[in-house]
Ligand binder design. Structure first.
Ligand code: FFO
Ligand code: GTP
Ligand code: MG
Length: 458
């Protein structure tokens, strides 16, 4: 059982203790009556009723004692966030005031809402589907403009629109096949068979196209990590500072300056990026520095892109080749720094197998090309600002992969002339999978998990 659904619930929509005003939201059939009992105008008379969607000024009182000066808005069912009667009380943010007002309602039988419970009611009452609810959570968590735009597109139905379109196609194929189930002696006529085959192929390619946007969608939503590795003193921390736009890390000309992992999140070309600066890789007797070096190496497995930086004004250190062997070729870029120095002399042949960029952090040259190189490595430049990307959630991706497999099973069974019942089964499995995106067929434990991730008041 997820949440009980017929009681009236209350929670702050905003974080109490921060800012000037806190919004308390009540949802459920008792909301209006209970607020009317405690809401007085400036002459300290009770309001007899409230018009829906109008702001009212007044005082919340408890047994004749005024608790706070507030604004109240009533949203009559079904034109509200939850589709139930909703009343918002906009009160002052004092922790004491907020607690006192909530207490008044709890004493009258109102329950404190669980995280995600208002949105769950909006879902249960059919105002939004599940992918819309998930998009609301994404929007709240969005760290960059592009991530918030992506969430907003999903909220407006970009993903569910596609899912409903897929379902319609499957339903019409199913209708044709089911029509034949009642006449087992009849074979599917050529014309129908051709149209089923064509529809299914087209559908498969649309599902594939949607899936192909996932990598970019995931990066838009969650960003990616950029790990900076290299020998000591090559300019790793200087690059971090340049990208972040402030002196975040200590920079000195003493090799071994950085010891710990330093990470900062920035936005480049709209993508949220976590830049990770590390200790220079070398053998050292200093246990602190050694620990720093192993921390640096531990990041390799999880980083999305790895910059390996060398100092082009120094003779090529052969142990660089050893370092590079640790790095996954598909995720790493070689950067030669300090190209401003007169003794800069880097022999490309030494690393000719790798994509490489010459830069000067000091003079900020070559850095924009490097950034483009990083985005290329993640295939982001080519599809920049692509409105067609609608898939960013692992759950949705896994469902579409399952749906694709069921459709493949179907078309194979169809071409091998399996029974109509068997064919219909594959199509129903595909429909069932799609319903988990929009919420019609999502198991309760997954719903619990999704709504449990919301913050209080949502
Ligand atoms: N004061 C306040 N600000 C807020 C919210 C809120 O609930 N209260 N929101 C959320 O927490 C967000 C806005 N989202 C909302 C989404 C739907 C409805 C709503 O009432 N929808 C109805 C009626 C629409 C209409 O009036 O045309 C519906 O879709 O049927 C309200 C807010 C952000 N700002
Ligand atoms: N000429 C020149 N000097 C640079 C450049 N980038 C960094 N430096 C200098 O190189 C020295 C080392 O820079 P850091 O950024 O501390 O190097 P690091 O790789 O973080 O060093 P560790 O933390 O010791 O591993 C500093 O004196 C920087 O000012 C560059 O592009 N050109
Ligand atoms: Mg450093």
């Amino acid at each position: 059982m997820l949440f009980s659904e017929d009681d009236t619930i209350i929670a702050p929509l905003t974080a109490p203790g921060h800012g000037a005003v806190t919004i308390l939201r009540l949802s459920g059939s008792k909301s209006l009556d209970l607020v009317l009992t405690h809401f007085f105008n400036k002459s300290f008379n009770r309001f007899r009723s409230l018009l829906s969607h109008y702001f009212y000024y007044g005082f919340i009182c408890d047994e004749g004692v005024s608790i706070d000066e507030v604004m109240v808005v009533y949203m009559a069912s079904p034109k509200s966030y939850t589709r139930e009667d909703v009343v918002e009380i906009h009160c002052h943010s004092s922790v004491a005031v907020v607690r006192n007002i909530i207490d008044i309602f709890v004493r009258s039988g109102v329950r404190i809402a669980e995280p995600g419970e208002f949105t769950y009611r909006a879902f249960k009452n059919g105002r939004i589907d599940l992918s819309h609810a998930e998009a609301i959570a994404d929007l709240i968590a969005a760290k960059s403009t592009m991530a918030s735009q992506l969430a907003l597109r999903q909220m407006k139905g970009a993903l569910s629109g596609r899912v409903y379109e897929f379902k319609d196609t499957i339903l019409s194929m199913l209708a044709l096949i089911e029509a034949y189930i009642d006449f087992p002696e009849e074979d599917i006529d050529k014309h129908h068979a051709l149209s089923i085959q064509r529809d299914c192929e087209l559908l498969l390619s649309k599902v594939e196209e949607t899936l192909s946007g996932y990598d970019e969608g995931k990066i838009l939503r969650e960003g990616f990590s950029l790990l900076i590795l290299g020998k000591p003193n090559v300019g790793k921390s200087s690059l971090l500072n340049l990208l972040v736009g402030e002196d975040r890390a200590i920079v000195t000309n003493i090799p071994g300056t950085t010891r710990d992992i330093i990470q900062e999140t920035i936005t480049l070309h709209g993508y949220p990026i976590t830049v990770i600066d590390t200790a220079g890789i070398r053998d050292s007797d200093d246990p602190i520095e050694q620990d720093g070096v192993s921390r640096a190496k531990n990041q390799i497995g999880s980083a999305d892109v790895i910059l390996y930086m060398v100092d082009g004004s120094q003779p090529f250190d052969i142990s660089i080749v050893q370092d590079i062997k640790l790095l996954p070729a598909d995720r790493f870029i070689f950067v030669v720094n300090k190209c401003d120095k007169p003794d800069f002399d880097f022999q490309e042949s030494q690393i000719s197998n790798f994509i490489n960029f010459s830069i000067s952090v000091k003079e900020n040259t070559g850095v924009e090309q490097l950034i483009n190189g990083i985005l290329d490595k993640l295939n982001l430049n080519s599809r920049h600002h692509d409105e067609s990307v609608v898939l960013s959630d692992r759950r949705h991706k896994d469902i579409l992969v399952r749906c694709h497999a069921f459709l493949k099973d179907f078309i194979e069974a169809f071409e091998s002339g399996h029974s109509d019942e068997f064919l219909a089964l594959h199509l129903r499995e595909a429909l069932q999978a799609l319903g988990e995106i929009t919420g019609e067929t999502t198991p309760d434990d997954i719903l619990n998990d999704i709504f449990g991730r919301f913050c209080i008041g949502k």
